[in-house]
Design a protein around this ligand. Structure first.
Ligand SMILES: Cc1cc2nc3c(=O)[nH]c(=O)nc-3n(C[C@H](O)[C@H](O)[C@H](O)COP(=O)(O)O)c2cc1C
Length: 350
């Protein structure tokens, strides 16, 4: 082991929870990067709610069940995930580690998790796609220039991505006071090759989503649904799935926590299409709660970037492994041995 690896493994040896990674992260990146990664919109009310709402939900344990063998596999969009945790699209990963997206996608593959390539990546998607054999999806911000978007879509398909995820909750960029105060700017040595210059949001409508569906045969998922009426339209418009998300509480402050919105959306969708969720997942019990309340799988954003900062690919893999292991324990302690057996009765009702 060379000395750099030894240092990394010492750092990772001290990490037992995702909160440990979060506590260490600000010391491992520039203050501007930390403000970008950790902040939320405006007063960060929704950012707090994304966490607090999970903590308010109680679990209902079961005992004396045979939980000696657990099956965490779940089918989504004709693919099998080994466990229901996906790495969310997060922009500018070279801010957190010099190897950025390449280290992150390698960490995802080490942990056997799907990696969602962000449109805001600082690395060309071909390099990310060829870095590992692991499963990847691609997130798209539809750009005013459709030919630009078409090119990104075609390159992602050629790179072997298995689904597209269109982010629909950013017609304008939210009020981001902490980033403003930090005078946030993408460092001049970094570029975002899948974005047009001067991105100020993706002000798209259902017609643009329909256009994207017309140019690809891959599954198309909408990311950023909170309102059941929009979920209904996603079903009617033939989408393959939706992600209940408030963009990590970075857009519109005082929207509900995603775990609060999830049951209403899931009820309306009624299994007609796949529902995923993200926002505030920090413990295996959070994953269990999200599945009990209607999600097929969850995504994590900031936590894997804390791992990236702490230890590159190994840090990303360790964050994912910790969450997976905690989730398996939560399954066993509520007497569940398969994903299908995680239903509403996992939740304690007063
Ligand atoms: C720093 C940062 C950058 C993000 N960049 C993107 C992005 O490029 N595209 C996107 O669809 N979502 C983006 N998101 C939102 C995440 O995909 C995800 O919805 C969110 O981080 C989930 O919440 P969590 O961080 O609490 O896990 C970003 C989030 C963060 C924190």
């Amino acid at each position: 082991m060379n000395s750099a690896n030894a240092v990394t493994s010492n750092v990772l040896d001290e990490m037992f929870t995702l909160a440990d990674f979060e506590a260490a992260a600000p010391r491992r990146m520039s203050s501007m990067a930390w403000e970008y990664l950790s902040s939320g919109a405006a007063d960060e009310t929704t950012l707090r709610w994304n966490r607090e709402s999970f903590d308010k939900i109680k679990l209902n344990p079961r005992v004396l069940k045979d939980v000696s063998s657990l099956d965490t596999r779940v089918g989504v969009f004709g693919q099998t995930l080994a466990f229901p945790i996906i790495l969310a699209p997060v922009g500018l990963q070279r801010l957190y580690h010099p190897d950025g997206e390449i280290a992150a996608v390698k960490g995802a593959a080490q942990a056997n998790a799907t990696y969602l390539i962000s449109s805001y990546s600082t690395t060309p998607l071909e390099d990310i796609a060829s870095a590992t054999d692991g499963q990847k999806w691609m997130q798209i911000y539809l750009q005013p220039d459709r030919e630009f978007t078409r090119d990104v879509v075609q390159r992602a398909e050629a790179g072997g991505v298995k689904a597209f995820c269109v982010t629909v909750d950013l017609p304008v960029i939210g009020v981001r006071n902490r980033m403003d105060r930090a005078r946030f700017a993408v460092p001049p040595e970094m570029s975002c090759p899948h974005m047009m210059e001067n991105f100020t949001g993706s002000p798209i409508t259902w017609a643009d989503v329909e256009w994207l569906r017309s140019i690809t045969k891959l599954p198309v998922i909408l990311k950023g649904i909170l309102n059941p009426d929009d979920a209904e339209l996603a079903v009617k418009n033939g989408l393959d799935g939706i992600i209940v998300s408030n963009h990590g509480a970075r857009d519109l402050d005082t929207t509900p926590a995603t775990i609060e919105a999830l049951p209403r959306v899931a009820e309306r969708v009624d299994d007609r299409i796949t529902v995923l969720m993200d926002g505030g997942i920090r413990r295996g019990t959070d994953v269990l709660k999200a599945l009990a309340l209607g999600a097929k799988a969850v995504l994590i954003g900031r936590p894997f970037c804390f791992g990236l900062a702490a230890g590159g690919a190994d840090g990303v893999a360790k964050v994912t492994d910790i969450l997976r292991c905690e989730f398996e324990k939560a399954m066993a302690l509520t007497g569940r041995t398969s994903i299908a057996s995680i239903d509403g009765s996992v939740i304690w009702t007063d």
